[in-house]
Design a protein around this ligand. Structure first.
Ligand SMILES: Cc1cc2nc3c(=O)[nH]c(=O)nc-3n(C[C@H](O)[C@H](O)[C@H](O)COP(=O)(O)OP(=O)(O)OC[C@H]3O[C@@H](n4cnc5c(N)ncnc54)[C@H](O)[C@@H]3O)c2cc1C
Length: 418
């Protein structure tokens, strides 16, 4: 029987283990190791416990952040060819799609996705080692790769000809991922794009104001600028926190803040009234100032009064009474409502990030995720330089890369080839 070893029992590792056992059948023995007490710890937290596990547009490279979009498209095509959706269906997962093409399990429970994967691991006889920490791996010898693990106070070597590294990235260290995958890549000479927290809130340099706004939410649009150049614009719910800005539309912008290739002078603007032009909004506000009694407040029914007060200050109107404003002042206020600028924005840390930007350069792997020049050694999931947008793209990548590599490892194990 041929040994296949999978390091890391997150989304990509579980998919790889199931695919390897399905493909290799009785000819392979699949071992899946993870330092956590149980497989799928992070998976349980995904999609706010609902697990947005895929997206109808997940085959488009433009929906991911990477330094190598062409190489990415080739790998996404390999996932498409492998038939990820059909694989899920055969496992028994029934999906529910929302209006944005996001796919969830029909029950809306991440625990069900994890439970299903774990049931298949058991059914297929995958040997799962929990509380088993990978601490190193040697170059390939006559018997294969020797992986040193720490388990039950001992440090045994696990040896296999086919090893799939599914060790994740650096995002969400509370789930057991601290960048060990990238360390493994370096150990085997793979090129690594600089890592950065991705799909994370943005801090901004206005601590006193942000403290006053903390906890507020507003629908609108957030745009990322490099100086005066617009880079991207996203609509959705904006959340104000004492450290800065959050919400899916803001987190989405974080993907563009890659070190070295990101903007030199990043700034975010908020448009809290996307459906109005500046002129129409100025007229609306000026009209309300005349029509509404002073006690009703200018912003009532439009915006939280604290946000209104902050906009008033940002427009340079502090100390001005609303019944003394002139047309140009209302225009300035309306312009600020639609272009509220936050300079000095920066990425929040790994703990708040949903995924890792950067990682193993995509042109370093074959279409089946084997590291070039290292027969039998594969890297999958978040360890690679591919960070998806919000909406199920990261789990598509994790499950899809695991599926492709798992099958390839089993095929090579059973019928060795170059
Ligand atoms: C809060 C949150 C919500 C998210 N929601 C979504 C969502 O709804 N949709 C979506 O597409 N994406 C979502 N993501 C992103 C998604 O979860 C990840 O992209 C995906 O889990 C990556 O899978 P992976 O297998 O590469 O890594 P992981 O799932 O991180 O698995 C890596 C595994 O390796 C193990 N490991 C690491 N180092 C060692 C070691 N030295 N020894 C042994 N084991 C080790 C870890 O314990 C871990 O179990 C979310 C992320 C977070 C943090």
């Amino acid at each position: 029987m041929q040994e296949i070893l999978i390091l890391g029992a997150g989304a990509s590792g579980m998919a790889a283990a199931i695919a390897a056992a399905q493909t290799g059948g009785k000819w392979v023995h699949v071992t899946l190791v993870d330092q956590n007490p149980e497989p799928g710890k992070k998976l349980l937290a995904t999609g706010n416990g609902r697990c947005n596990y895929d997206n109808l547009a997940s085959g488009e490279a433009a929906r991911y952040f990477t330094a190598a979009p062409e190489a990415l498209q080739r790998l996404l095509d390999a996932i498409e060819t492998a038939g990820l959706a059909a694989w899920w269906e055969a496992l028994g997962l029934v999906h529910r799609a929302d209006e944005a093409g996001r796919l969830y399990p029909y029950s809306n429970q991440a625990a069900d996705v994890n439970g299903l994967l774990r049931a298949w691991l058991e059914l297929l006889g995958v040997d799962v080692h929990s509380y088993c920490r990978v601490i190193g791996m040697g170059a390939k010898g006559r018997k294969g790769y020797a992986v040193q693990v720490e388990e039950n106070g001992r440090r045994p070597l696990l040896v296999a000809n086919q090893v799939i590294c599914a060790l994740g990235g650096s995002a969400g260290p509370q789930f057991g991922t601290r960048g060990f995958g990238a360390a493994m890549v370096r150990r085997f000479g793979g090129r690594v794009e600089p890592a950065y927290p991705c799909l994370t809130p943005l801090s901004c340099g206005e601590p006193a104001m942000m403290k006053r706004l903390a906890g507020l939410r507003a629908r609108g649009a957030a745009a990322l600028w490099d100086g005066e150049t617009l880079l991207a614009r996203e609509e959705g719910e904006i959340q104000f926190a004492d450290y800065g800005l959050s919400g899916i539309c803001v987190m989405q912008l974080s993907g563009l803040l890659a070190p070295e290739r990101g903007p030199a002078a990043p700034a975010v603007t908020l448009d809290l009234f996307p459906q109005w032009e500046v002129g129409a909004l100025a007229d609306l506000l000026a009209g309300r100032a005349v029509a509404l009694p002073e006690e009703a407040g200018l912003w009532q029914g439009l915006l939280d009064a604290r946000l209104g007060a902050a906009l008033w200050t940002a427009a340079g109107l502090d100390g001005r009474a609303r019944d003394r404003l002139e047309a140009g002042d209302w225009h300035k206020l309306a312009h600020t409502c639609k272009n509220w600028r936050f300079a000095d924005v920066a990425l929040c840390g790994w703990k708040q990030a949903q995924t890792t930007g950067g990682g193993l350069a995509l042109d370093e792997v074959e279409p089946d995720f084997q590291l070039k020049g290292k027969p039998g050694l594969y890297f999958v999931g978040e360890t690679l330089d591919c960070a998806g947008s919000c909406g199920g793209f990261n789990l598509h990548w994790a499950f899809g890369s695991g599926l492709v590599a798992g099958r390839a490892a089993a095929q090579r194990a059973v019928k060795p080839r170059k």
